[in-house]
Write a protein that binds this ligand. Structure first.
Ligand SMILES: CC(C)(COP(=O)(O)OP(=O)(O)OC[C@H]1O[C@@H](n2cnc3c(N)ncnc32)[C@H](O)[C@@H]1OP(=O)(O)O)[C@@H](O)C(=O)NCCC(=O)NCCS
Length: 147
């Protein structure tokens, strides 16, 4: 398995299949995808891109007092046949030092409730109530400190 930086375009097929199966390709384009400090990571097995995650220099206001500079995680997905093999965890492990290098001390995300167990396993903590995101489902704000 190899973790590499990928272009945002490379993430679209996985985002489409795993996160926006009923959406159009336009639904797979996220705000900030092309921003200078955004980066996208991919895990490859036998040359095939099987897991992706994207990281945005974006603050969540409620964390700002303790963490003036933060990153946001979006678009985390692993193809079903490759899940449970540590690929998303490997992407996060690669991302943490890059986030730290940008002087950021927190990574947060709006986690799907169905994926909360994953985020907890890798050290994220939940915050506040579950809230719906239309057409996608229930989410919870989660975050992890990066020191
Ligand atoms: C959630 C997801 C990204 C995890 O990817 P993955 O590559 O399978 O994750 P890992 O193999 O690194 O998992 C790390 C640990 O979390 C566990 N885990 C993974 N998904 C889980 C889930 N949904 N609930 C509970 N635990 C989970 C794994 O079993 C593993 O446990 P272990 O360390 O005891 O072996 C993947 O299941 C997925 O693509 N789901 C569909 C899309 C999605 O919901 N994305 C998140 C949007 S917020």
């Amino acid at each position: 398995m190899k973790v590499l930086r990928v272009s945002v375009r490379d993430t679209y097929p996985l985002r489409h299949q795993m996160l926006r199966p009923h959406g159009t390709l336009a639904d797979c384009v996220f705000k900030g995808d092309d921003d200078e400090l955004t980066f996208h990571l991919g895990a490859f097995i036998d040359g095939k891109l099987v897991s992706v995650a994207s990281f945005y220099f974006e603050n969540k206001d409620i964390f700002e007092a303790a963490h003036p500079y933060q990153y946001r995680l979006r678009g985390m997905a692993t193809l079903p046949e490759f899940q449970g093999q540590g690929l998303s965890s490997a992407l996060l492990k690669t991302a943490f030092p890059l986030i730290k290098q940008n002087q950021c001390t927190l990574l947060w995300c709006n986690a799907r409730v169905s994926a909360e167990g994953f985020y907890q396993k890798v050290g994220f903590k939940g915050q506040g109530d579950v809230f719906p995101i239309p057409t996608i489902g229930d989410h919870r704000l989660m975050s992890i400190e990066i020191r």
